[in-house]
Design a protein around this ligand. Structure first.
Ligand SMILES: C[C@@](CO)(OP(=O)(O)O)[C@H](O)COP(=O)(O)OP(=O)(O)OC[C@H]1O[C@@H](n2ccc(N)nc2=O)[C@H](O)[C@@H]1O
Ligand SMILES: Nc1ncnc2c1ncn2[C@@H]1O[C@H](COP(=O)(O)OP(=O)(O)O)[C@@H](O)[C@H]1O
Length: 305
C-alpha cells in the first residue's frame, strides 16, 4: 500500500518470489538550520512527513545483484553510473553484515520522484532497499545497526528508514516520531531544475538560526492550528535555493495563488515545493489546475495520514 511500503519490514509479496517496497517522498514541512559541525555538515531542526507519493522497489531472484531502472525519471538516473545508485550502495553495505555469501537479487526501481529535488527520493530508495533486502536475504540486523548503515548512505536515509512523521535534529540522525498532527492533503510541484544539496548549503547567509518553536505536547487540535504553528516556522534553505534556481519562486507563487492552498513552502534544498490542503480531494483539484497552467512541471497530489 502506498505510504507504508518502506515502513513494512517484510515488504509485500506480489507474484511468486517477488518482494516489493514503497519508497515514500520525504517532505520537510519546516527546516531550520541551527548550526554547523566541524566536518562542515549542518545541524538541522526539521519536521518531516511522508505522503503516499513515491518510488517503488522490487526484488526477485537473480544470478547477481543487479538494478533495472524504470518509470518517468529512470532516464535521469541512467545518465549516472549505475554503480553509484543508492539502491546498489545500500545492497552492498547490507551484504557486509552477512558472514555467508548471499544469493543474487534482480532489483527493479520504478523511479517516479524527480532526482535531486529536495524530497529525498534517493534516500527513500536506499532505505527501501535496506528493508526489502533484509527480508529477501533473511537478515535480521537490530534497528540500531540498520540505522548506522542508513546514516552511512546519507543524512536523510535514517528518517526515510523510519518513514513516519517526525521531528529530526542533528544532521538527520536524531529522530523523534510525532503524533497529533491532523491528516491533510498535499501537492508537490517541481519546475524541472535539479538543485544540488551541497550548493544550497554552501550559499547559506546564516547558519545559526533559532530552532523550531515549541510543539504542543498533546498535538494539534485541528489542521488550522497546525497550519498556524507551521506559519511561525521556516525553510532556512529557501532563499539560497531560489538564488540557485529562480524557478522555485515561480512554483511558490503559483501554489500560493490558489485559494485552496493553506500553506506553501519549499522542501529540503529544493526545488520541489509543497502545498498543504484540507483533503486529498482538494489536492487533486489543485494539481489538476496547476497542470493546466504549467504542463512542463512535475506535479503530484496525495495525502499525509
Ligand atoms: C537538505 C536535506 C533536508 O532533509 O534534504 P534534501 O534537500 O537532500 O532532500 C538533507 O539534510 C540532505 O540530506 P542528504 O541528501 O541525505 O545529504 P547527504 O547526501 O548526506 O549530503 C550531501 C551534502 O549536503 C550537505 N549537507 C547535508 C546534510 C546536512 N545536514 N548538512 C550538510 O551540509 C553536505 O555538503 C553534504 O556533502
Ligand atoms: N536511486 C536514486 N534516486 C535518486 N538519486 C540518486 C539515486 N541514487 C543515487 N542518486 C544520487 O543522489 C543525489 C540526490 O538525490 P535525491 O535523493 O533525489 O535528492 P534530494 O534528497 O535532494 O531529493 C542525486 O543527485 C543522484 O546523483
Amino acid at each position: 500500500m502506498p505510504g507504508t511500503g518502506s515502513l513494512n519490514p517484510a515488504g509485500s509479496h506480489g507474484r511468486s518470489g517477488v518482494l516489493t517496497a514503497f519508497a515514500a517522498a520525504k517532505v520537510n514541512l519546516a527546516l531550520h538550520v541551527t548550526g554547523r559541525r566541524n566536518d562542515g555538515y549542518h545541524l538541522l531542526d526539521t519536521l518531516v512527513v511522508f505522503p503516499d507519493i513515491g518510488d517503488r522497489l522490487s526484488a526477485e531472484p537473480g544470478d547477481s545483484v543487479t538494478l533495472v531502472l524504470e518509470g518517468p525519471f529512470a532516464a535521469a538516473l541512467s545518465a549516472e553510473s549505475a554503480d553509484g545508485d543508492l539502491v546498489l550502495k545500500a545492497a552492498r553495505l547490507l551484504a557486509t553484515l552477512s558472514p555467508r555469501p548471499l544469493p543474487g537479487a534482480r532489483l527493479t526501481l520504478e523511479k517516479a520522484l524527480p532526482v535531486a529535488s529536495g524530497i529525498g527520493g534517493g534516500s527513500a530508495d536506499a532505505a527501501a532497499a535496506l528493508r526489502l533486502l533484509c527480508s529477501f536475504w533473511n537478515l535480521e540486523p537490530d534497528e540500531a545497526e540498520l540505522h548506522g548503515l542508513a546514516l552511512q548512505l546519507g543524512a536523510d536515509v535514517p528518517m526515510c528508514l523510519a518513514s513516519k512523521t517526525a521531528r529530526i535534529t542533528g544532521i538527520g540522525e536524531d529522530i523523534v516520531p510525532l503524533a497529533g498532527i491532523p491528516p491533510f492533503g498535499i501537492v508537490l510541484a517541481n519546475p524541472g531544475v535539479p538543485v544540488p544539496t551541497p550548493l544550497v548549503f554552501a550559499k547559506l547567509a546564516s547558519r545559526d538560526n533559532p530552532p523550531l518553536p515549541a510543539i504542543p505536547g498533546g498535538g494539534f487540535e485541528s489542521l488550522s492550528r497546525f497550519i498556524d504553528w507551521l506559519g511561525s516556522t521556516r525553510n532556512d534553505l529557501e532563499a539560497s535555493a531560489i538564488e540557485a534556481a529562480g524557478e522555485i519562486a515561480d512554483v511558490l507563487n503559483a501554489l500560493r495563488s490558489d485559494p485552496d492552498v493553506a500553506l506553501a513552502r519549499m522542501s529540503g534544498s529544493g526545488a520541489t515545493c509543497f502545498a498543504i490542503t484540507g483533503s486529498r480531494r482538494d489536492a487533486d483539484a489543485i494539481a489538476a489546475r496547476l497542470r493546466q497552467t504549467h504542463p512542463d512541471w512535475w506535479i503530484a497530489a496525495g495525502a499525509v495520514a
